[in-house]
Design a protein around this ligand. Structure first.
Ligand code: FAD
Length: 152
């Protein structure tokens, strides 16, 4: 089975888009991720999957915490920027939520403590124990077939 077939099949699963943030020694780091899911209601757990080569992998291991901003329609530029697809350096204004940096105007902010980490293949699955949630009612940014979509 070739990599392209696997990637193409996975791209047919429509997802939202998130920016994961963490901070180490007060330095903030952000990374775009669509490998995000709910895991458990009691206790409240979520999962993110982070590539072993992403800087975010070591930052989350160091800090033991992360936040998730679920992007709204119109935040394609944030998705591209935190995926390293826009090269010029930007100063991003993070807002603080429960002591963690998150992106303004996202539809959901979650803060999490790392409850567990499982290395699977070339990714680490971080299980986050949710410590706080904020929801803003607006339309999400979606991803299907490698392209951004809007959902009304
Ligand atoms: P870097 O490549 O070092 O940083 C990413 C970018 O964010 C850089 O441009 C950097 O300058 C900027 N940045 C970071 N922090 C700040 C800050 N504080 N202020 C200003 N700029 C900052 N990878 C996964 O592992 N899992 C996924 O689920 C996943 N899903 C993706 C979904 C989409 C739609 C896309 C486009 C990419 C996805 N990726 C995923 C790939 C991942 O986003 C990139 O490989 C990313 O570049 C890896 O991040 P890094 O931690 O190595 O950070």
């Amino acid at each position: 089975m070739n990599d392209q077939l696997f990637k193409s099949a996975m791209s047919k699963f429509t997802t939202g888009v998130t920016v994961i943030t963490t901070k180490v020694d007060e330095k903030v780091h952000g990374m775009t991720a669509n490998a995000f899911m709910s895991v458990s209601l009691e206790p409240k757990l979520i999962l993110i999957s982070v590539h072993e080569k992403a800087s975010m992998n070591k930052y989350i291991k160091e800090s033991g915490k992360f936040a998730v901003s679920i992007l709204a329609e119109g935040q394609e530029d944030m998705s591209m920027y935190f995926a390293g697809q826009i090269k010029e350096e930007k100063s991003v204004d993070f807002v603080q939520f429960n002591g963690m940096p998150v992106l303004e105007n996202s539809i959901v902010h979650l803060t999490c403590d790392v409850a567990n980490a499982h290395i699977e293949g070339d990714h680490t699955l971080f299980i986050g124990a949710v410590t706080d949630i904020a929801v803003n009612e607006s339309n999400p940014l979606a991803l299907y077939n490698g392209k951004y979509q809007t959902v009304n």
